[in-house]
Design a protein around this ligand. Structure first.
Ligand code: HEC
Length: 142
């Protein structure tokens, strides 16, 4: 899984450099969020009842880190499972479980060849984590 690791490293490096110098990389940031708008509007369009649109939107922005393995549309890749089907591998799909998986990662995946890193390899505060959980739940129900 060298390819996946390299890709993930690249995303982390890009994310890191965005934080350090927002002015130089603002175009790149815009490109990423634009592509997410285009590729995956479904979760917002079919937002299940009771979901806060602003929170889900914040989660969607953080999800770029996750998309390396779970796909920009959440349907999964060779490196990570779909988050949009009704079946879960490690959990039953409740918010606390999703938060726990993101916090801890998955050291020993059952169906995939390499682990999910802690926080998916990203750095998220409580608010972002909470938003990610809402986004994943919205995805899984849309
Ligand atoms: C390097 C690849 C990778 C990245 C990046 C990654 N994941 Fe994962 N994820 C996995 C793997 C592998 C599993 C475990 C699947 C298994 O047990 O076979 C998993 C499992 C999950 C699960 C449980 C799925 C289930 O069916 O039980 C959730 C939810 C999840 N990831 C969310 C996220 C979120 C949110 C992010 C971003 C913050 C993220 N992941 C980033 C690879 C990744």
């Amino acid at each position: 899984m060298v390819g996946g690791a390299a890709l993930l490293a690249a995303v982390v490096v890009i994310a890191g450099s965005c934080r350090q110098d927002a002015s130089e990389t603002s175009d790149a940031v815009e490109e990423v969020s634009d592509s997410i708008e285009t590729i995956d509007p479904v979760a917002l369009e079919t937002l299940p009842e009771g979901f806060d649109a602003d929170k889900v939107e914040l989660g969607r922005k953080s999800y770029v880190v996750c998309s390396v393995c779970h796909g920009l549309d959440g349907h999964g890749t060779a490196l990570g499972p779909s988050l949009r089907d009704t079946t879960w591998i490690d959990i039953t799909g409740t918010a606390p479980e999703i938060a726990q998986v993101i916090r801890d990662g998955v050291a020993n995946p059952r169906e995939f060849p390499s682990p999910m890193p802690v926080m998916g390899g990203g750095e998220f505060g409580e608010e972002e984590l909470d938003a990610l959980v809402a986004y994943v739940q919205a995805l899984s129900r849309s």
